[in-house]
Design a protein around this ligand. Sequence first.
Ligand SMILES: C[S@@+](CC[C@H](N)C(=O)[O-])C[C@H]1O[C@@H](n2cnc3c(N)ncnc32)[C@H](O)[C@@H]1O
Length: 384
Amino acid sequence: MTKAAKKLIEVALPLKAINEASAREKSIRHGHPSTLHLWWARRPLAAARAVIFSQMVDDPSAHPDIFKTEKAQEKERQRLFRIIEDLVQWENTTNEKVLQQARDEIWQSWRYTCAENADHPRAKELFDRHKLPAFHDPFAGGGALPLEAQRLGLESYASDLNPVAVLICKAMIEIPPKFAGRPPVGPIPKDEKQNEMPREWPGATGLAEDVRRYGQWMRDEAEKRIGHLYPQIEITPEMTKERPDLQKYAGKKLTVIAWLWARTVKSPNPAFANVDVPLVSTFMLSTKRGKEAYVEPVIENGGYRFTVKVGKPKDSAASKSGTKLSRGANFQCLMSNTPIASDHIYGEANAGRMSARLMAIVAEGERERLYLAPATAHGYCCRG
Ligand SMILES: C[S@@+](CC[C@H](N)C(=O)[O-])C[C@H]1O[C@@H](n2cnc3c(N)ncnc32)[C@H](O)[C@@H]1O
């Protein structure tokens, strides 16, 4: 029979410190696995680290020969709590001194366990004092537990039903250790200085540098091949007249990051049969609080043009629903409000008469997106 000493987690934990560190982690945006890929039900790393540590480390009451009184046991428990309190801090995630202290405690408890089980029939295989037991999380999800087990020195295995979770775990737990301590090999971006001095690449820093370099390479290649489709757009004084949000960009050239097109069909209303009317399921461009922007079509000269407004629309229901009438392909003519049945749309599309018209331009501002109206003056008018 296996002899298992009482573990720290069965007696007490410094919950306040663990909870606070776990809550703080939610606002960490740089270097946290949550920024690798979104995963629901991701467990905080702090909680995962604390739980694995306290499952592996004996409670002092399991060793009455060493900690003879309750007072002595409590004193030792408090010492282990201090280790956990340090261990759960985000800043200590890669602090080797703090991690090594935790790993030493795990090894010490493991050696006690091996000694206790020396007469176990499979002791050689199961209780090797030179080899910690491996860790397996069969429902690993975003991989918080196997990652922390690995950090605490355990051989880590992860599996999951969902291939996305498997990919996250591979990227986080399986691949980085293979490149641990290795220098990057990717091409140094041309605008960056070549550093001739040899340097150390501890842990996954070499791999991370390669990811950054190849990311830059992909960006440069994309710019070479399709950059001409995203020219810069100058913010003219005329454009800023009705748009106070554009004033600080007056005279500046901004990079276009997206063209927003509306599909069009000929109006089913005979009075506007020559007008390509838009099929738009919403005129809202941004619903972010304080950053609202929307398209306002202006009907004039027997046709229409699109303008872009910032702030909340006067008729928010109308802006929200665009030219859409109900579920499915049911729209209405922008010029006459005549319903556009799905049959008309399919008929126009099958006859090759469906077209598209530029509705808005998205440009890159200073840490914000700017929505601009298409203007013939900029040469970005319409197709079809
Ligand atoms: C609560 S999540 C785990 C969260 C994880 N501890 C973390 O920190 O991200 C549960 C996981 O179990 C996986 N799962 C559910 N049923 C499963 C099954 N039968 N076999 C393997 N994985 C399963 C789900 O895909 C999900 O990723």
